[in-house]
Design a protein around this ligand. Structure first.
Ligand code: NDP
Length: 452
């Protein structure tokens, strides 16, 4: 087949849009990857002939189901649950569960697609999936959350298993929710197995899983800086979000001698020019998890800080930015502000926090820009290690796991650097590197299986 017979990039994107109407996040994620992959596969006939990219961009299956539960006032509530199983070419489906009112099929399809590349980048045998529900845990009692989780798992259990699909936490799903879901799975199936990761240490969880995503995003950042003879030490960092990923990214920045100036939530951001040190990070962690509080209250507690309602932190001058809240929280205009203010590196703790326009701004400015699928892979990597520990029925020590996480993040950095360079330039395009390295591994496994 002559290469001219193949559909071009625009034709491919048009096809994705046509087949996925009303799914902008999914189309955005596929477009970002396709821009790099089309260039890479231009002279690679096998990938064209076997329609590999088209197949990865069509989930293996999308499961959608009703979740009924009863609130504390005896009202019957109906929510929609999903599991998107995108691709299991290199291992069981793996990816988090998100409980948030913004959850839609499009959001979960984009996340499952991204997860496929991310998991491949870790070097561990994990396919890509994602799930969730349009349930808002905010303001719900513990018992309401428990009843919702149990109802959610009462359907999900049919589709998951330690060798089939192993979900984890994500936005709105932390240790509490994983505990309720694991308990229900065990109760229904009468099987104690590693069907979920992010479990409590008492029942098969792994040390450092909680810290892994945020720490990993900063290790990746440190790898990028080291390559150009720089480091985190002495740098001013702005961070968005104030959940699991944000607080642990902040902690690692502080440990490496940097200064954290901001944190945020969906209501606004706090700016603390004195720096958010370990004591203040601990306060935020307790405030958000134990008291389920809002970030605005930080400014009441610490007088050096100001709260900026309804705003995002990207206008604060910094050397480093780490978006750790949600998708599309940093747009083209904000990216331009960051570059103009002298920001030298962006490491995405969240999934696709920078929109397409913003990503193009960073690429053009040639700053160090780590996409989420590479930078935030530390969480799923330690989830992979939790699966290994569960299978072998052992628990590794913290020091061992910390070292493994560091090594895995360095390995991901190397894989991105290998594929993200261009002849005649010292600059690494980490987005391109991550897309190609992740694609190649999954694609080669798919070729081995033939047409299935
Ligand atoms: P959490 O639920 O712990 O925290 C999420 C934070 O982001 C909260 O501060 C939340 O504020 C804020 N946020 C959520 N939605 C929005 C929104 N629409 N606008 C503004 N702020 C918002 O989640 P995680 O920290 O676990 O996840 C954060 C990101 O990291 C997500 O993109 C997730 O997919 C990604 N990620 C997480 C991993 C993990 O291991 N947990 C692994 C890899 C990626 P509020 O409380 O107001 O909603």
């Amino acid at each position: 087949m002559a290469l001219s017979d193949h559909v071009d990039l625009n034709g491919f994107i048009e096809g994705v849009k046509r087949r996925n109407p009303g799914q902008p996040e999914f189309v955005q994620a596929v477009t970002e990857v396709a821009e790099d992959i089309f260039d890479f596969i231009q002279d690679k006939e096998q990938y064209h002939k076997y329609q590999i990219l088209r197949r990865i961009a069509e989930p293996d299956r999308v499961i959608s189901f009703r979740v009924v539960w009863e609130d504390d006032n005896n009202n019957i509530r109906v929510q929609r649950g999903y599991r998107v199983q995108n691709n299991n070419a290199i291992g069981p489906y793996k990816g988090g569960i998100r409980f948030h009112p913004t959850v839609t099929e499009s959001v979960l399809k984009f996340l499952a697609f991204e997860q496929t590349f991310k998991n491949a980048l870790t070097g561990l045998p994990m396919g890509g999936g994602k799930g969730g529900a349009n349930f808002n845990p905010k303001g719900k009692s513990d018992h309401e959350v428990m009843r919702f989780c149990q109802s959610f798992m009462t359907e999900l259990y049919r589709h998951v298993g330690q060798n089939i699909d192993v979900p984890a936490g994500d936005i709105g799903v932390g240790g509490r929710e994983i505990g309720y879901m694991f308990g229900q799975y065990k109760r229904i199936t009468n099987s104690f197995e590693g069907v979920l990761t992010g479990k409590g240490l008492e029942y098969g969880g792994s040390l450092i899983r909680t810290e892994a995503t945020g720490y990993g995003a900063v290790y990746f950042l440190e790898n990028m800086l080291t390559r150009v003879g720089n480091s985190v030490e002495g740098k001013r960092a702005i961070i968005s979000g104030s959940g699991n990923v944000a607080t642990h990214a902040a902690e690692k920045i502080v440990q490496l001698g940097g200064k954290v100036l901001t944190l945020s939530d969906s209501e606004g951001f706090i700016h603390d020019p004195e720096g958010i040190d370990q004591e203040r990070i601990d306060w935020v962690k307790a405030h958000k998890t134990k008291r389920r509080g809002r970030i605005a209250e930080y400014a009441d507690e610490f007088k050096s800080a100001t709260f900026h309602a309804g705003e995002r932190p990207w206008g604060v001058e910094c050397d480093i930015a780490i978006p750790c809240a949600t998708q599309n929280e940093l747009n083209g205009r904000e990216a331009e502000t960051l570059v103009a203010n002298g920001c030298i590196a962006v490491s995405e703790g969240a999934n696709m926090p920078t929109d397409l326009e913003g990503a193009h701004v960073f690429k053009k400015a040639q700053i160090l820009f780590a996409p989420g699928k590479a930078a935030n892979a530390g969480g799923v990597a330690v989830s992979g290690l939790e699966m290994s520990q569960n299978s072998a029925r052992i628990s590794w020590k913290e020091a061992e796991l910390q070292q493994l996480l560091k090594d895995i993040m360095s390995g991901i950095h190397e894989r991105c650097a290998e594929h993200g360079g261009r002849a005649g330039s010292d600059h690494i395009d980490y987005v391109r590197g991550a897309n190609i390295a992740g694609f190649k591994k999954v694609a080669d496994a798919m070729l081995a299986y033939g047409v299935v």
